[in-house]
Design a protein around this ligand. Structure first.
Ligand SMILES: Nc1ncnc2c1ncn2[C@@H]1O[C@H](COP(=O)(O)OP(=O)(O)OP(=O)(O)O)[C@@H](O)[C@H]1O
Length: 268
């Protein structure tokens, strides 16, 4: 397994999560170092999204610990974890019907900075709103959404919704950004923009954990991969080592036909 220089930014120990009798995550241990871009891989249903959900507080953990920057966050509510500097995006972002793109981005700022600020009246509140508008404007420009900023967010294409999801996550200036399949279903032109944007964020110091099936993306972007199989971590290695890792091959080839289909995605 690849060594992470200590202290790790994120450290997960003995994490377990079940839904009823379905033990989705079992005894998961992982460490993410500052400045890494880590790909989280595994066949469909292996527990990748659940791992993101438990780390970010969207699902309660059953057992184990999640430490971020030396602090235990494993039982904090999602909004508190965001407040600590951990943001995430969703596989299928859903957008409110009646809010424009820029309003959605600005609302994410108040979600990140606490609602008291937005309840305040007067100059402080106006300053906070203007700061959120300026930041949303800059990020929408960076993620090529300026031309749709006044449209209803629900009218965006799937790819544009993913970009807006990233913008919302960035409104709180996270140190750790966790992305759930950021390029799935995205047009190749937009995909390349997302790749460049993620690499740029990493150059600026952000640590990234990315759930992805697309091996071209993994090779282009990630410095390390962690592979889940049926709720267990079975490998942590460089992207170019995946195709010769027995346990990775077994994870993808060990199941039925549908898993063999997925193996084409992991074979370089
Ligand atoms: N809220 C939930 N309630 C019940 N079962 C759930 C819930 N969330 C996930 N699961 C189950 O947990 C298992 C793992 O799902 P998860 O979405 O984490 O896998 P994944 O590796 O992200 O899959 P994919 O690559 O298809 O997105 C599946 O069997 C799924 O049905």
């Amino acid at each position: 397994m690849t060594h992470v220089s200590s202290p790790a930014l994120l450290e997960v120990s003995s994490l377990a999560k079940a839904f009823g009798g379905n033990r989705v995550l079992q005894d998961v241990h992982l460490a993410i170092g500052r400045g890494e871009i880590v790909g989280l891989l595994g066949p469909n249903g292996s527990g990748k999204s659940t791992l993101l959900n438990t780390i970010t507080g969207f699902e309660a953990i059953d057992a184990g610990s999640v430490r971020y920057a030396g602090q235990e966050i494993g039982r904090l509510a999602a909004h508190r974890i965001v407040g600590q500097g951990v943001a995430r995006t969703f596989q299928l972002p859903s957008m409110p019907q009646k809010m424009s793109v820029i309003e959605v981005a600005m609302a994410a700022a108040s979600a990140h900075h606490g609602f008291w600020e937005t309840l305040l009246r007067g100059r402080a509140a106006r300053r906070a709103e203007q700061a959120a508008r300026d930041k949303a404007t800059r990020l929408l420009d960076e993620f090529l959404l300026t031309h749709v900023r006044d449209l209803p967010a629900s009218a965006l294409s799937g790819g544009q919704k993913k970009l807006l999801g990233i913008v919302c996550a960035l409104m709180g200036d996270p140190q750790l950004l966790m992305l759930d399949e950021p390029t799935a279903g995205v047009h190749p032109n937009l995909r390349n923009d997302i790749v460049q944007a993620l690499l740029r964020l990493n150059r600026q110091g952000m640590t990234l954990v990315i759930v992805e099936h697309d091996m071209h993306f993994i090779r282009e972007v990630c410095s390390r991969c962690i592979v889940l199989d049926r709720g267990h971590i079975v490998a942590s290695c460089a992207p170019q080592e995946l195709s010769s890792n027995e346990r990775v091959l077994q994870a993808y080839l060990g199941g039925g036909t549908s898993q063999q289909d997925q193996a084409t995605e992991v074979t370089p």
